[in-house]
Design a protein around this ligand. Sequence first.
Ligand code: NDP
Length: 274
Amino acid sequence: MIQIDLTGQVAVVTGGSSGIGFATAELFLQAGASVAICGRDAERLSRAEQRLRERFPQAQLLATRCNVLDATDVSAFADAVHTRFGATHMLVNNAGQGRVSTFADTTDDAWREELELKYFSIIRPTRAFLPMLRAAAAAASGNACGNASIVCVNSLLALQPEPHMVATSSARAGVLSLIKSLAGELAPEHIRVNSILIGIVESGQWRRRYEAQEPRGRSWDDWTRALARKKNIPLGRFGLPEEAAQALFYLATALSSYTTGSHIDVSGGVARHV
Ligand code: NDP
């Protein structure tokens, strides 16, 4: 694996207390970055912080309770990062979850909630951390491989909608457009903006679905393998949080210094388009 030293750089991961966000925080810490994570549930966040501190005793780590849909929370989170680390070089907009519903059973309120989650989980943190990202980009000016970046976790549903996730698919497509526009607007300031399009990744939300939906006592492994078969995932399994995290890490760091407005498919081959 390519080694990259992120000492002196600050990475912010929204929704870093579980799944993909947690795995991404681990990668940043492993590379020497200072890392800030957030989540809504204080207990889950504190457990995540403890696990990260056990694994990386020297970690420069900040864990702040924050709902990314709450403007006050987000601005307090950005202030806390500024006070603690004085900078942000990489923002990973990861917080969120999917919504399983068809057009027939999605109410107006459910549409609003889903659109709000998908858009504002990117808009609010991006707005709040932009001044620090701008400062990081300005400080790196003249260095072609200097780094200031935003990476968003998006889903393959953006390009390949599923009728049973109608609102999520539609919002994901809109967000892909938002990310492209943002990349165009911020490129002259040398802030790169990219995303990953994931298929199914083993994580907290799938564990919760397994617990809620599996009445036959099948093991997690059997349940996920059966689902992978049913969903025709060419690689035959769910992705791992680390696999999504590695793509996020690549797009967040100077490893991808000449890439912006782009996305990486991390779907196990599910994409049907060329
Ligand atoms: P997890 O449930 O394991 O992690 C989600 C994380 O986001 C948790 O830390 C959660 O903490 C946090 N979070 C959720 N909502 C908010 C909020 N409003 N404000 C702050 N934090 C929040 O799931 P994943 O790792 O799978 O999810 C990561 C991202 O990947 C999500 O955006 C999800 O939609 C997306 N995704 C995942 C797929 C998959 O198959 N796993 C497929 C497609 C997309 P807390 O609940 O305490 O706030």
